[in-house]
Design a protein around this ligand. Structure first.
Ligand code: MN
Length: 237
């Protein structure tokens, strides 16, 4: 992906993106150059190369998903909030502040989709899958009985979401829970803490799997889910 030389440098982007991007920097060696946008909301760099999720998710899918869809939400949001008071708020605040407001639907939809995609890319990693260890593993066993059961519930949430949306592992009132949300909605609007997400909008899998959403979801759970990221989120207050 070409870097837009007119935009901010990566250092500036990282500085500006504290709310969304800084956690991605540590330990990453390969990332795609950031496509610069104008406005306070930044498209964070992918935490890996576009081809890094193959063969489960093709580079072509990641290229469109990140470079067109995710970037599109960032650009649209920047246009919508330009010059207004929301432009001074961190992304998460824009999401929670506009949720449920009938006259701010477009801002909410684009802000939540930016947040969801930032979170989604970090919910995956090359060589993922497997199981978490430590506190999260113990909590999963205590709540779901086994790791296989939480995977099964995530797969069910992802495949049963009617139309576009997201499957999530969250902490709700101190308890682990698998939930699904429609379109742009996310757990932040319900006071839940997201640990992990799977995007089940068709743009996430259709080039590679067409209508076989379950095959995509199961492959993601087996080979790409980033349990280290989920464990970091679980550990955070
Ligand atoms: Mn998506």
């Amino acid at each position: 992906m070409p870097h837009n030389g007119a935009g901010p440098t990566r250092r500036e982007v990282l500085g500006m993106g504290a709310a969304v991007g800084v956690a991605m920097v540590t330990g990453m060696t390969t990332r795609t150059a950031t496509a610069a946008t104008t406005g306070p909301i930044v498209l964070p760099p992918l935490p890996y190369a576009e081809s890094a999720l193959e063969p489960v998710i093709s580079a072509r899918t990641v290229s469109f998903h990140y470079g067109k869809h995710h970037k599109g939400y960032v650009d649209k949001l920047n246009g919508l909030i330009a010059g207004g008071e929301l432009a001074d708020l961190p992304l998460e605040k824009i999401v929670t502040k506009t949720a449920g407001n009938a006259d701010q639907v477009a801002i909410f939809d684009n802000a939540a989709q930016v947040w969801n995609h930032d979170f989604y890319w970090r919910s995956l990693k090359p060589g993922g899958g497997g199981k978490p260890s430590g506190d999260l593993a113990r909590a999963i066993d205590a709540t779901f009985g086994s790791h296989d059961e939480v995977k099964k519930q995530l797969a069910t949430a992802a495949t049963s979401q009617f139309g576009s949306g997201w499957a999530w592992l969250v902490v709700d009132q101190g308890a682990l829970k698998v939930v699904k949300t429609g379109n742009a909605d996310n757990p932040l609007t319900k006071g839940q803490k997201p640990l992990l997400t799977i995007d089940v909008w068709e743009h996430a899998y259709y080039l590679d799997y067409q209508n076989r959403r379950a095959d995509h979801v199961n492959a993601v759970l087996d080979s790409l889910v980033n349990w280290d990221f989920a464990a970091e989120n679980f550990a955070r207050p």
